[in-house]
Design a protein around this ligand. Structure first.
Ligand code: AMP
Length: 550
């Protein structure tokens, strides 16, 4: 027997419809790429997105076509998202931090018809235009007054002209909730990037889940600044969840340095923000340099890579801001776990609370997770045993676009995240490594991330990375690479004795190498693949103190 409730397909156009109808006057504030701060409202965004849909239809866009965006977080980018998704086309977010060749690969693989671009990226597009044969138009996200900058881009049209000329009477929504809605390629640290194809339903469900108070917990009283870019992992869903509750949105545009973020946090009275750890590191040092305070910010969600302890303590002790640690991935829409306390951890003292926040956290409704060994057997949730982290749920990928990479679910329907993790008795997951970065020493695993996190706590360290180096007896042994802070000098022994007692003896790096640079990839994570390439000729020193104890 079927239920007798209304059929109301879960499509994301309804999110902007709702925001315009019930929170129409709420502002979207953007630092525009041209410079000035621009103020619009949800009602205006709705009207403009519909006009843009109409204009896209006029350019020949059909449902299912892939329309890309290469853009910063601004109101125009938000309007483009809804215009594309609202008419049933697929919004493909391009990450401008990728190398041009990778960008071209992705554009061709997706067969993008149109690319929305900020002025910032026009020179790159002009240079590589010939390598994007499927692209018919470039919508430059500016007004006519600034179009001269795009003169050399064949197929360029002006965003504001399209909006002004488009009819709002378009087919908007009204399709199946399983219709494809967004496309985002994974960073591709192994092989070519692969496309994750979100549906309206998966984005809608992800939005509802993120609104729970243990997840993002937004309300209509919030002012939200997503530093996390719309071009990477859906801005953690904020372009959907903020309008879903009618929160004020503050879009930072192209300026993501500490001073610019601080200026917006204060001038717009922001209560919530989300970003990767590096952004917060820059902000905290800006605040300390200027002896500034955060007068309205209450909560930040930090993820994308592990949150260093110094950030959790800095925010809490110096600025009274609560940190929630989040873990997720493009394939998960992207939120997977968050570190809000539960009944089992309520009684923890302030120190215990900090330790809890260093874990990646618990799974909300809609995410099931398990840790398993290589034979797919579940491992104990004791906070110590680590294994492959697998996930399952309605906003998690079941295959990649065009079937790239073949079958990606195991026999039980779980997706292997490629992360290695523990789960404790209270249900808190902690990432110990990427499966391919874990160091295999004498048949046992050593977590490179755990050593890195400790090493970066050394007062002279700016950034640290740990990789495995080939070893004749143990297979691999850890090597610690350290980039020192400006003007510092240090010895290998200083770092080894700093680690002593904090990790098992057999985890102690066999060597410490001081380097000028630790490369970061396009999504801000340490690029271990590049480090391993650079260290190809490296040979472990013959004397290896950790060898006997390993
Ligand atoms: P992406 O799909 O580019 O967002 O990358 C997802 C990957 O980033 C995950 O599989 C993790 O390896 C890593 N990651 C994301 N959040 C965290 C976190 N809080 N701590 C450690 N690693 C993380």
């Amino acid at each position: 027997m079927l239920g007798l409730m209304q059929d109301w397909p879960l499509t994301v156009d309804k999110i902007l419809d709702h925001a315009a109808r019930w929170h129409g006057e709420v502002e979207i504030v953007s630092r525009s790429v041209e410079g000035p701060i621009v103020r619009t409202t949800y009602a205006q965004a709705h009207e403009r997105a519909r006009r843009l849909s109409g204009a896209l239809a006029g350019l020949g866009v059909k449902p299912g076509d892939r329309i890309a965006t290469l853009a910063w977080n601004t109101a125009r980018h938000l309007e483009a998202w809804y215009a594309i998704m609202g008419m049933g086309a697929v919004c493909h977010t391009l990450n401008p931090r990728l190398f041009a060749d990778q960008l071209c690969y992705i554009i061709n693989h997706a067969e993008d018809k149109i690319i929305f671009t900020d002025l910032t990226f026009v020179p790159t597009l002009i240079e590589h235009r010939a390598k994007m044969p499927t692209v018919k138009h470039f919508v430059v996200m500016t007004d006519e007054a600034h179009m001269a900058a795009a003169a050399g881009l064949e197929g360029a049209v002006c965003f504001e002209t399209l909006v002004a000329g488009g009819s709002p009477d378009v087919a908007w929504g009204g399709f199946d909730e399983n219709t494809a809605c967004g496309l985002c390629y994974t960073s591709g640290t192994t092989g070519n990037p692969k496309g994750v194809l979100y549906s309206h339903r998966s984005n809608f469900l992800h939005t509802l889940v993120t609104l729970a108070s243990d997840v993002m917990g937004f309300s209509a009283r919030d002012t939200i600044l997503p530093v996390v870019p719309m071009f990477h992992a859906n801005a953690w869903g904020i372009a959907f969840s903020a309008p879903a509750v009618g929160a004020k949105l503050v879009m930072p545009g192209a300026k993501l340095d500490g001073a610019s973020v601080y200026e917006l946090l204060e001038s717009e009275r922001v209560t919530f923000s989300a970003a990767v750890p590096t952004v917060w590191q820059m902000l905290l040092s800006e605040l300390r340099d200027k002896q500034a305070k955060l007068s309205t910010l209450k909560r930040v969600v930090i993820g994308g890579s592990a949150v260093p302890e110094a950030i959790v303590r800095g925010f809490r002790d110096e600025f009274g801001v609560d940190v929630t640690h989040a873990w997720g991935m493009t394939e998960m829409s992207p939120l997977g776990t968050l570190s809000a306390p539960n009944q089992a951890t309520l009684g923890l003292d302030p120190e215990g609370q900090v330790r809890l926040k260093l874990k990646q956290g618990r799974a909300p409704l809609g995410v099931d997770m398990e840790i398993e060994d290589d034979a797919d057997h579940p491992l104990p949730h004791d906070g110590k045993t680590f294994g492959r982290l697998k996930v399952k749920g309605p906003f998690i990928a079941r295959e990649y676009f065009k079937g790239e990479g073949g079958r990606i679910l195991d026999d039980h329907g779980f997706f292997d995240t490629g992360d290695v993790a523990t789960i404790d008795e209270a249900g808190f997951m902690q990432i110990t490594d990427r499966a391919k970065d874990v160091i295999k020493s004498g048949g046992e695993w050593i977590s490179s991330i755990e050593i890195e996190n400790l090493a970066v706590g050394h007062p002279k360290a700016a950034i640290a990375a740990v990789i495995g180096a080939a070893h004749p007896k143990w297979d691999e042994r850890p090597v610690l690479l350290v980039k020192l802070k400006e003007g510092e000098t240090a010895s290998k022994e200083e770092f080894l004795s700093f680690l002593e007692g904090k990790i098992a003896k057999w985890w102690m790096p066999d060597d410490v190498v001081f380097v000028d640079d630790i490369p970061l990839g396009a999504t801000g994570k340490i690029d271990k693949k590049l480090i391993r390439d650079r260290m190809k000729a490296y040979v472990l020193p013959t004397a290896q103190p950790a060898k006997e104890s390993a």
